[in-house]
Design a protein around this ligand. Structure first.
Ligand code: ACO
Length: 409
């Protein structure tokens, strides 16, 4: 296929040989034209556009349109797309009863996995994954309803009434109101927080073939419905090595703070470097970025803006994060292994400052990534070469043997 890429399918057809590659370190599972990452340069492009330009010149719904259609919208397309999404922000009232089946202290990701999967039980006209029209409407429904579902999961957990979507607000503004508004008083959306949240959504919208996206592709390859495939992505994202990292990062910062804060950073770093401790510096390191994560820089900028807006410049966790970053960037352990802050390092601090509870961070990530999952799913299904995903294995179990003659049911 290219100077440094071989098409192993030909080798397999000729010889029956296949590769062993746990963690897919050197296996491309698909061809994709959506997102490009240059890990050495620290570059991230959606459909060719640098993330820095999208984060400053476009909004999240423009980014959704771009990821789904390959081009940024013109004025008319922009208006039509915004209208289409806002038309679908409500969820079926029955979803409330489904939600009520959960314990109030259930983890929001457990709730969200269920709610997203359950959408397939409500929207029967968009469950045929092989029908492009069904996929189109499922895509709009998912993008439109994710903020409503995430906010419902939050409101349920804190025992407050759900807030219906308000469609004259922006995507991020509407989400803020559904999260923090109450029926008792008018909610005024802060432009700084709205912009910060919109940026979080843009930065998390897609990231090529990560674990959750690969999960969505694999799940969708069986022909299941789009809602089920996205629910599988939500479930995968939950893990602390992936979307759960910003939650884990904030928990780590709070832990160090409880033990003495900045004064304890040196001691903590020694633990991180001790391979037997099992402690990692959460929010650091990335499978692909081995120079820096461009999203982390943008997030740090947003972090400064949000903390200034809220008068939290002296926030102890922010100070702690800066100290950890400073030490890590000068420490041989991190330098040699090319470990830099990833997007999660600062996004947790921003979300916490906005008032989002730690347990909901991954839900926000899922909300933002939904469009990427759909774009990747559509790309796979439109590919004439697409097949059901079916990895091979290297069998290491016992050879054929007989059940002992005396063993009976
Ligand atoms: N803290 C301490 N050591 C680390 C860290 C870390 N955060 N990340 C990697 N290392 C070490 C490893 O122990 C390993 O050391 P070794 O060579 O001595 O064995 C070396 O750096 C290479 O690490 P790998 O685990 O091989 O790198 P990989 O690419 O497989 O893992 C991952 C990437 C999972 C992100 C890892 O860096 C990590 O666990 N980071 C913390 C969790 C995190 O922040 N995840 C968010 C990812 S971004 C996202 O999902 C949006």
């Amino acid at each position: 296929i290219g100077p440094d890429v071989i098409d192993i399918r030909k080798l397999y057809a000729q010889t029956g040989m296949f590769t062993y590659d746990p963690g897919f370190l050197s296996t491309a599972s698909c061809q994709s034209a959506i997102t490009y990452i240059d890990g050495d340069k620290g570059e991230l492009l959606y459909r060719g556009y640098p993330i820095e330009q999208l984060a400053t010149q476009a909004d999240y719904l423009d980014t959704c349109f771009l990821l789904l259609n390959g081009e940024l919208p013109n004025e008319t397309e922009r208006g039509d797309f915004h209208k289409l999404v806002t038309n679908h922000t409500m969820v079926n009232e029955q979803m409330q009863f489904f939600l009520r089946g959960f314990r109030r202290d259930a983890h929001p990701m457990a709730v969200l996995t269920g709610l997203v999967g359950a959408l397939s039980a409500f929207y029967h006209d968009s469950t045929d994954i092989n029908n492009p029209k069904h996929r189109e409407i499922a895509a709009i429904r998912l993008i439109a309803k994710m903020p409503t579902l995430v906010a419902m999961a939050y409101k349920y957990g804190v025992g407050q009434p759900y807030m219906y979507p308000q469609n004259n607000l922006s995507y991020a503004g509407n989400f803020l109101r559904m999260m923090f508004g109450t029926p008792c008083e008018e909610y005024k959306v802060s432009p700084v927080l709205e912009r910060a949240l919109d940026r979080i959504f843009i930065l998390h919208a897609d990231h090529e073939q990560n674990a959750s996206t690969s999960t969505v592709r694999l799940c969708g390859s069986s022909g299941t419905n789009p809602f089920a495939a996205i629910a599988a992505g939500v479930a995968c994202l939950w893990g602390p090595a992936h979307g759960g990292a910003n939650e884990a990062c904030l928990n780590m910062l709070e832990d160090i703070q409880r033990q003495g804060g900045v004064a304890k950073v040196g001691e903590f770093m020694e633990k991180v470097k001790d391979k037997n401790s099992g402690v990692k510096l959460m929010g650091f390191g990335h499978r692909v970025y081995k120079n820096y994560d461009p999203r982390a820089k943008l997030m740090q900028e947003t972090c400064n803006e949000v903390l200034a807006e809220l008068g939290l410049e002296n926030d102890p966790l922010f100070k702690l994060a800066k100290e950890l970053e400073k030490i890590a960037l000068e420490d041989d352990y991190f330098v040699q292994r090319k470990l830099y802050p990833n997007v999660d390092f600062y996004s947790g601090i921003v979300q916490r400052a906005i008032g989002i509870p730690v347990s909901l961070f991954t839900g926000i990530f899922a909300l933002a990534r939904t469009v990427g999952w759909i774009a990747q799913l559509n790309e796979m299904l439109a590919d004439p070469e697409y097949k059901i995903g079916r990895p091979r294995q290297l069998f290491t179990g016992s050879a054929r043997r007989d059940v002992p003659a005396g063993f009976k049911k």
